[in-house]
Design a protein around this ligand. Structure first.
Ligand SMILES: *[C@@H]1O[C@H](CO)[C@@H](O)[C@H](O)[C@H]1NC(C)=O
Ligand SMILES: *[C@@H]1O[C@H](CO)[C@@H](O)[C@H](O)[C@H]1NC(C)=O
Ligand SMILES: *[C@@H]1O[C@H](CO)[C@@H](O)[C@H](O)[C@H]1NC(C)=O
Ligand SMILES: *[C@@H]1O[C@H](CO)[C@@H](O)[C@H](O)[C@H]1NC(C)=O
Ligand SMILES: *[C@@H]1O[C@H](CO)[C@@H](O)[C@H](O)[C@H]1NC(C)=O
Ligand SMILES: *[C@@H]1O[C@H](CO)[C@@H](O)[C@H](O)[C@H]1NC(C)=O
Ligand SMILES: *[C@@H]1O[C@H](CO)[C@@H](O)[C@H](O)[C@H]1NC(C)=O
Ligand SMILES: *[C@@H]1O[C@H](CO)[C@@H](O)[C@H](O)[C@H]1NC(C)=O
Ligand SMILES: *[C@@H]1O[C@H](CO)[C@@H](O)[C@H](O)[C@H]1NC(C)=O
Ligand SMILES: *[C@@H]1O[C@H](CO)[C@@H](O)[C@H](O)[C@H]1NC(C)=O
Ligand SMILES: *[C@@H]1O[C@H](CO)[C@@H](O)[C@H](O)[C@H]1NC(C)=O
Ligand SMILES: *[C@@H]1O[C@H](CO)[C@@H](O)[C@H](O)[C@H]1NC(C)=O
Length: 506
């Protein structure tokens, strides 16, 4: 046991200890990284964090700088507001109102995509089917009459019975990349709170995410009925449909994967935690914070659903869990999410999913860690959230339930309320004023990330079972100290703002 622990610690150090400085003669990787945010209008009480870029700028630059190829994953397309369509949540707002909401930023991003398309940039769009009322009209318009633009819809529900393309990734010329929470929607630029990372001149990250993109692309062209199986999923105790190469399928019954090879773990059902997931060393410059170009840092990518994994990259759930567990003794984990449910959302019967809350309780108990969670309170707040959050808060009671526990860790949770969140929706309905002051699906903190004292994890998935097992999502993680510090500052600005309201325990 002790020797195993020593071995684990040894591995941990190998993965996370920064490489020593090397002499200056060696050419260093040119990767630059910035955190990227969208901040809804009228949040005047939020302390700005210097050096963070805006999502609208980054999307424009990604499109504007591409010379060769632009790969985009999208859940849906709504860069252009639809105030004249009575089926839209934008309906009835005046041009002046839309202007004050920042809708023009969305139009500009769309125009930068049009201009990339007109420059004969090869654009590959991998999307979900979009939303009522206009679905994927915008990407279809980009593709119309342009052989250099391919618009492909992947329906993961054909593969899993539910699930969507929910990853939000832009990859430009296999070297510049955005990964984060922002949708291809004007509202995601100025009316929804988002967080992502922009990596520039960073082919070592971009080409890896491109493999994942290509996996999804390949799936879109396969006949799912030839490549799926319904199995008893031993881990989640449910019968469900999965790709036939899934590790949830008993080894002897698995098909050969049409995707690149992923590590096999015989005698195990599902996708267990990898002791040594793929990490890569990267010297990342952070011009928006402190420059740290001379030192290598460990970085990783994690992906969902697990059947899209390749080589030895970890599943997205492991990326989250390991970041929570990376916390040092007595240190703090900061988690920001829109949703929080310890279960599935779209499965029948419902799956119970305690992976993240267990990891939190574990570090509260054994490492005396403080875990701070921000969850969103908004118009589409999910029932059950309050109960699951309060069950997580109950860890505090359990932790100090015996004097022998010697408990010094704690969980603290706040709801985040963007002002105006309960007055969203179309301005007009049946010719009458609704009293709403913002369009539908706005005024929400939609960012998804976790940051400990030693590791930052920037994600695209909601914290609900489905997003890790049936839905496409990507995360980028690193132990780069500047990215960690700046992400902590972003969290603390929210946590200490009047928009974050503590949850009172049961
Ligand atoms: C802006 O926020 C303030 C306070 O947070 C609120 O009183 C005001 O109504 C808001 N205005 C709009 C247009 O949302
Ligand atoms: C290219 O990206 C840089 C920042 O990475 C930005 O300053 C510049 O404006 C972009 N160029 C175009 C044409 O968008
Ligand atoms: C557009 O690019 C493709 C290859 O990427 C090339 O074959 C084609 O000739 C280009 N078209 C124009 C009009 O430049
Ligand atoms: C792609 O764009 C073309 C051209 O506009 C359109 O006819 C087609 O329906 C679109 N396909 C998808 C999957 O959106
Ligand atoms: C990326 O590299 C190119 C070519 O080396 C350089 O021109 C550009 O300024 C770099 N971009 C950034 C943001 O440093
Ligand atoms: C997919 O495969 C099924 C089963 O062989 C077949 O019935 C169906 O026509 C195929 N669909 C397409 C689009 O090829
Ligand atoms: C950083 O890591 C890369 C890849 O492992 C290596 O080639 C490079 O020499 C390292 N650079 C420094 C400054 O340690
Ligand atoms: C990072 O380095 C560049 C080039 O040396 C410098 O212009 C910039 O001010 C530095 N940024 C910070 C935040 O130190
Ligand atoms: C959610 O809770 C509210 C208030 O208790 C209730 O009115 C509503 O029907 C619930 N919705 C669902 C989908 O359970
Ligand atoms: C909307 O939210 C504000 C701030 O939380 C609250 O004061 C107000 O009562 C709410 N209004 C409605 C109609 O729920
Ligand atoms: C919405 O607009 C359409 C056409 O513009 C019209 O036929 C329809 O009656 C309108 N519906 C409502 C509820 O106003
Ligand atoms: C960044 O720079 C500031 C001021 O120079 C310094 O206080 C801070 O420790 C630095 N942070 C990191 C992570 O290097």
């Amino acid at each position: 046991m002790a020797s195993q622990l020593v071995f684990l610690l040894f591995l941990f150090n190998l993965c996370f200890a920064p490489f020593p400085l090397t002499s200056a003669s060696q050419p260093i990787d040119e990767c630059k990284a910035w955190l990227v945010q969208s901040i809804p209008t009228n949040m005047t009480d939020l302390t700005p964090v210097p050096g963070v870029l805006s999502t609208a700028d980054v999307f424009r630059w990604l499109a504007g700088n591409t010379t060769r190829e632009l790969d985009i994953t999208a859940q849906y397309w709504e860069f252009i507001a639809l105030p004249n369509d009575n089926r839209s949540g934008d309906y009835g707002y005046t041009d002046a109102q839309l202007g004050s909401f920042g809708a023009n930023e969305g139009l500009q991003v769309y125009q930068s995509l049009q201009s990339a398309a007109d420059r004969n940039v090869s654009i590959r769009i991998l999307q979900n089917s979009g939303f009522y009322p206009d679905y994927d009209t915008e990407s279809a318009s980009l593709a119309a009459g342009r052989p250099n633009v391919q618009n492909v819809t992947l329906l993961l529900s054909n593969w899993y019975g539910s699930g969507i393309v929910h990853a939000k990734v832009w990859i430009s010329d296999s070297k510049d990349i955005y990964i984060g929470s922002a949708n291809n929607d004007w509202k995601s630029l100025t009316q929804v709170k988002e967080l992502g990372i922009y990596l520039v001149n960073c082919s070592s990250v971009a080409t890896k995410v491109e493999v994942y993109f290509n996996n999804l692309w390949k799936l879109a062209f396969l006949n799912s009925s030839l490549y799926t199986k319904t199995v008893w999923d031993q881990q989640w105790q449910i019968k469900r449909q999965v790709p036939c190469w899934s590790h949830f399928v008993p080894f002897q019954e698995r098909c050969r994967s049409p995707l690149p090879h992923y590590v096999e773990t015989p005698h195990v059902a599902g996708y267990p935690t990898l002791l040594d997931p793929n990490m890569f060393q990267l010297a990342i410059n952070t011009p928006g914070y402190n420059n740290t170009s001379s030192q290598n840092n460990s970085c990783y990518l994690s992906f969902a659903p697990p059947e899209m994994l390749f080589t030895k990259y970890q599943a997205d759930e492991q990326g989250w869990v390991d970041t929570i567990k990376s916390v040092g003794a007595g240190a703090t984990v900061r988690i920001n999410t829109m949703d929080w449910l310890g279960q599935s959302q779209y499965l029948s019967p419902t799956v119970f999913w305690s992976s993240l809350s267990s990891a939190i309780s574990e570090v509260v108990f054994s490492k005396h860690a403080t875990v701070k969670v921000i969850a969103a309170y908004w118009a589409y707040y999910l029932n059950g959230t309050d109960e699951y959050l309060k069950s997580l808060l109950y860890s505090n009671v359990l932790c100090s339930s015996s004097k022998y526990n010697n408990c010094a860790g704690k969980v603290e949770i706040k709801y985040y309320e963007v002002p105006g969140y309960n007055k969203t929706g179309p301005a007009l309905s049946n010719g009458k004023s609704t009293g709403n002051i913002y369009p539908d699906f706005t005024r929400v903190n939609h960012a998804k990330y976790v940051v400990s004292d030693v590791r930052a994890h920037i994600a695209t998935s909601n914290l609900i079972w489905d997003y890790f097992y049936t839905t496409a999502g990507v995360s980028f993680g690193t132990d780069n100290p500047s990215i960690i510090s700046q992400l902590q500052e972003v969290f603390d600005a929210d946590w200490n703002s009047p928009y974050a309201i503590p949850i009172v325990p049961l």
